[in-house]
Design a protein around this ligand. Sequence first.
Ligand SMILES: Nc1ncnc2c1ncn2[C@@H]1O[C@H](COP(=O)(O)OP(=O)(O)O)[C@@H](O)[C@H]1O
Ligand SMILES: [Mg+2]
Length: 280
Amino acid sequence: MRIQTGVFGLDPLLGGGFLPNTINMILGSTGVGKTILSLQFILQGLKNNERCLFISFDMDKDYVIRSAESLGWNLKQDLIKIGKFFVEDIRLLNNELLNFIIKNSDGKTRIVIDSFTPLVSTLNYEMRRDVSWFFDQLRKSGTALITVEEPISGCLDEPSITIPAFLCDCLIHMKKLGYGEVLDRILRIVKHRNSWHAEGVYPYKIFKGLGIVVDSKHYIKSVRKNIKIYDILSEDEIRDISEDLRRKIELALSEGSYDEEEVRHLIRWVIECYRKFERS
Ligand SMILES: Nc1ncnc2c1ncn2[C@@H]1O[C@H](COP(=O)(O)OP(=O)(O)O)[C@@H](O)[C@H]1O
Ligand SMILES: [Mg+2]
């Protein structure tokens, strides 16, 4: 089962969406669209009649509702709880925040923390265990989306970034390049534990109403699912590969979606490597 992100074009790049009960981190500098993406994640939950939690340190409930309204979205619904916390009062393991999460979740709740950065801005490497413990509590409560601020300097080598990046299950990096047109905004899936994900960078745009739309059409264009290698290569080419290799290749192709040319190239390459290895 997958958790739909609510972002047009993103689910196919993640192998169908997020995995349930995971921590999904959105990294990016100010203005890339992290809050908009968080709201889309919540809206998809509301659409599916799932419980949702939106936790913020910057915006109070009215402000969150107004931000959504400015994009054409209605958050005034019973299924959502919006909590504003004052970061001065909150430490990562502070009970107030965790109690709020546990009290309002049922193990399948969509939880957004926008942003996670104030919680960990004074983090040092000794606190990795604390973050790990906090993430475990979140996973028990549902599927979490946390946003993390990238400094304007672009320096990602800070514990407040590297620790959540190491410990999360999925990391999406959003960037505003400012080159205009297609290359103005791009995103990349850095990791997706226990799942296939698309490689490469994908342009996205932000629209009122639609929110973030990821341009993955060149990716989805000619995809084939459940490809059998026989369908792609002639019997001749695969005749003398072992049953074991054939099974591995088919397993590889059972996940994700590929362009036919890409698959043909991959299979030929794998078979070639395999034969060289056999001969050596
Ligand atoms: N109606 C809109 N049309 C196009 N772009 C928009 C619209 N509303 C907001 N944006 C873009 O979204 C950005 C804000 O996104 P936001 O999610 O708040 O960023 P972050 O949370 O990463 O700082 C704005 O700087 C603007 O570029
Ligand atoms: Mg924001």
